[in-house]
Design a protein around this ligand. Structure first.
Ligand code: ATP
Ligand code: MG
Length: 199
C-alpha cells in the first residue's frame, strides 16, 4: 500500500485545488525555501489525523485554512480547507471488511483505492472538523483504528520530521529502545500487560 495522490484544497499555502501524484517507491519534492514542501507533509499528517495542530506548525486548526494575506491576521467569515489522501490498496493490505467496519457501512465502493479526507470549516462563531473514509463520514478514531492495523500510528515513525533523527541520536539508550519497541509493535503488548497487572 502506498500514497497514490494528495489533493489539497485551500490548505495552508495551497490556495487552489492542487493534485500531487506520488510514485510507488520513491518520490522527492523539491523547491525553494517557503514554497510549501513541508506544508505537503503537514497535509498528510492533518488528513490522516497523525499529529496535533502544533505538529503541523499551526496554533489552531483554522490557521491551516489558506490565508491570502498570510500575515498572521485572523481571518473571519466562512471558509474551509480540505485534504484528500488517496491510498493505492491494490495489494489488498487493508481488506474490504476492515474498510466496511471502519466506515460502518457496506457502501464504501471499490477498496482498491482508499480515500481518507479531512475538512476543517470555519464559520462566524465556530469551527468544525470532519473526516471521511471512501466518501462516508467517520470519526477520527475510525481512521486511526484502520490505519493502526497497517502500522500507521501517531506514535509511529511513518513520518520522520525535521529534527527527529538528531533527537533519536541524542536519546538515552532506554528511550531509544522504547522507540524500537514502538515500531516493532511490542510496546502495545507492554502497555496491555501493565493494564492487566493493574487490574
Ligand atoms: P523550507 O525549504 O524553508 O523548509 P518549505 O518549502 O518547506 O520551505 P513550507 O514551510 O512548506 O516551505 O511553507 C511555508 C510557507 O507557507 C510560508 O510562506 C507560510 O507563510 C505559508 N503558509 C503557511 N500557512 C499558510 C496559510 N494558512 N495561508 C497561506 N500561506 C501559508
Ligand atoms: Mg520545509
Amino acid at each position: 500500500m502506498h500514497i497514490k495522490e494528495l489533493v489539497l484544497d485551500n490548505f495552508k499555502s495551497f490556495g487552489r485545488k492542487t493534485r500531487i501524484p506520488f510514485y510507488e517507491n520513491f518520490t522527492t519534492i523539491s523547491g525553494p525555501n517557503g514554497s510549501g514542501k513541508s506544508n505537503i507533509i503537514d497535509s498528510v499528517l492533518f488528513a490522516l489525523g497523525l499529529a496535533r495542530t502544533s505538529g503541523i506548525r499551526a496554533e489552531k486548526l483554522t490557521d491551516l485554512i489558506y490565508n491570502p494575506d498570510d500575515d498572521g491576521t485572523t481571518v473571519t467569515g466562512e471558509r474551509e480547507a480540505q485534504v484528500e489522501v488517496i491510498l493505492d490498496n491494490s495489494d489488498g493490505e487493508i481488506s474490504r471488511s476492515q474498510v466496511v467496519s471502519a466506515a460502518g457501512t457496506d457502501n464504501v465502493g471499490d477498496t482498491e483505492e482508499i480515500n481518507v479526507k479531512r475538512r476543517v470549516k470555519q464559520t462566524e462563531e465556530n469551527y468544525y472538523s470532519y473526516y471521511y473514509l471512501n466518501g462516508r463520514s467517520v470519526n477520527l478514531s475510525d481512521i486511526q483504528d484502520l490505519l493502526s492495523q497497517v502500522g500507521v500510528t501517531p506514535e509511529g515513525y511513518n513520518v520522520v520530521m525535521q529534527g527527529d533523527v538528531t533527537e533519536i541520536i541524542n536519546m538515552t539508550p532506554h528511550a531509544r529502545r522504547q522507540i524500537i519497541d514502538e515500531i516493532a509493535g511490542v510496546a502495545e503488548f507492554d502497555a496491555r500487560k501493565e493494564d492487566a497487572l493493574e487490574e
